[in-house]
Design a protein around this ligand. Structure first.
Ligand SMILES: [Fe+2]
Ligand SMILES: [Fe+2]
Length: 178
């Protein structure tokens, strides 16, 4: 089965709408950071990069009178829950393997504890990689959601990351055959 690529995900209308709403530059930067953490921690970078790229796909914009309302967001936000479901649906539509789609979706769900009554999540390695990537890319005041990137640059960066992931898998297969 052909691998579903980051570029395939990027081109899907759901990602075009919702990844862009939450910040395309942040999503790509997180995917790159997730690649580095995944290799360090022996986690499949394909799953880590997809989950990191999609981690904020459930975001909703909390505006009151044209201004971002942080209190309203804190009180009502469920972007991790919504994102997990949205990411899963999108991946299945693209033909992602079902086991992988579930793992990616869970990593999206657990990238933050902001929706939970208490914050004592025990994360598995993939989930930890995605949470670390997000944390590392965050800027004060949520400014990481507003960084700009052109579609052309986004495509270039995602296709480069796809190549790195594929090279990593090829290397793994080569080692396994000895
Ligand atoms: Fe988030
Ligand atoms: Fe984020």
């Amino acid at each position: 089965m052909n691998r579903v690529t980051l570029l395939d995900i990027f081109h899907h209308p759901v990602a075009q709408k919702y990844v862009k709403r939450a910040g395309l530059a942040h999503a790509i930067s997180c995917a790159y950071r997730a690649y580095r953490f995944a290799v360090e921690k022996n986690v499949d970078p394909d799953l880590a990069c997809k989950a990191a790229f999609l981690h904020d796909v459930g975001h909703y914009t909390w505006y009151r009178n044209g201004e971002w309302d942080y209190d309203m967001y804190k009180e009502n936000d469920i972007h991790a829950i919504k994102g997990a479901e949205r990411a899963h649906k999108l991946l299945i539509r693209l033909g992602e393997d079902r086991v992988s789609a579930k793992q990616i979706s869970l990593a999206v769900l657990l990238h933050t504890d902001s929706f939970l009554p208490d914050n004592n999540i025990t994360r598995e390695a993939l989930q930890e990689v995605v949470a670390l990537a997000d944390e590392e890319d965050e800027e004060p005041g949520g400014m990481h959601h507003y960084r700009h990137i052109t579609d052309a640059r986004a495509e270039k960066l995602l296709s480069l990351l796809d190549q790195r992931i594929e090279a990593y898998h090829m290397k793994g297969q080569a080692t396994a055959s000895f």
